[in-house]
Design a protein around this ligand. Structure first.
Ligand code: F6R
Length: 235
């Protein structure tokens, strides 16, 4: 793993953007796997204010809440539109359909999208419990897209985006760990002390389903961009 220490989220966003720009302009990357949440916001700010042309790129997002319409203010589709796609239109952008009537069909459709558009660069945040995407502890390392139950700590930490905790959906569609591992390059970003244990488990811990991000130890081309607080528990 290539660990890049940054002083704060602004510098982290710039570093992540540099890697993405290099991938697109130097390595012909065309398909970006993208994440939501607080972590990638400064990366998307860098993308938006840059002259990077995204009109030939394909975006495939990691996850979406079950039960939220794409127009819902809290949907991950809305998040992506507001933080990136409205300002930088992509050729195509995919987010799972949280309102799909048939969950199995939706998962198969999403896996087909990933198979048709192999991910060149996957951007990841990490949960305080080591989740990547919404692959919570216990998720198999060879998993593909599926409907998952969110664990209590995830609901607790995501309630900050909602009016009240009861409004946080309890399920999501998530790309699987197996699909994430197939990305040619991974950029995992983590900020703050709350992520320190998860980062230690991912980098130094045993490879175990108890820490989903530890699956990334097998990946040959991964960059970890993190601030001092997130790196503070590494030995
Ligand atoms: C979001 C996602 C999650 C987040 C993680 C960290 O699409 O897949 O794994 O990356 O929960 O969230 P933040 O960045 O809000 O701390």
């Amino acid at each position: 793993m290539n660990i890049i220490a940054v002083k704060d989220q602004v510098e982290g966003g710039k570093k992540a953007f540099e890697l993405i720009r290099q991938g697109i302009e130097g390595n012909n990357a065309r398909v970006l796997g993208l994440a939501t949440g607080s972590t990638p916001v400064t990366l998307y700010e860098e993308m938006v204010k840059s002259d990077l042309d995204c009109s030939h790129l394909i975006a495939i997002n990691l996850d979406e809440y079950v039960g939220l319409k794409e127009t819902d203010s809290q949907s991950y589709r809305t998040f992506m539109n507001e933080h990136l796609f409205n300002a930088k239109p992509f050729k195509e952008s995919y987010v799972p359909d949280g309102m799909a009537a048939d969950a199995d069909a939706e998962c198969a459709r999403y896996d087909q999208i990933i198979a048709n558009n192999p991910i060149d660069i996957q951007v990841l945040g990490i949960g305080t419990n080591g989740h990547i995407g919404f692959n919570e502890p216990g998720a198999p390392f060879d998993s593909t897209t599926r409907k998952v139950d969110l664990v209590e700590s995830t609901i607790e930490s995501n309630k900050r985006f909602f009016e009240k905790k009861e409004d946080v959906p309890t399920q999501a569609y998530s790309m699987g760990i197996g699909s994430i591992l197939k990305a040619k390059e991974i950029i995992l970003i983590a900020y703050g002390e709350a992520k320190a244990d998860a980062l230690k488990g991912m980098i130094e811990g045993p490879k175990t389903e108890d820490c989903p991000a530890s699956a990334l130890q097998d990946h040959a081309n991964i960059y970890v961009i993190a601030d001092e607080a997130a790196l503070s528990k590494l030995s």
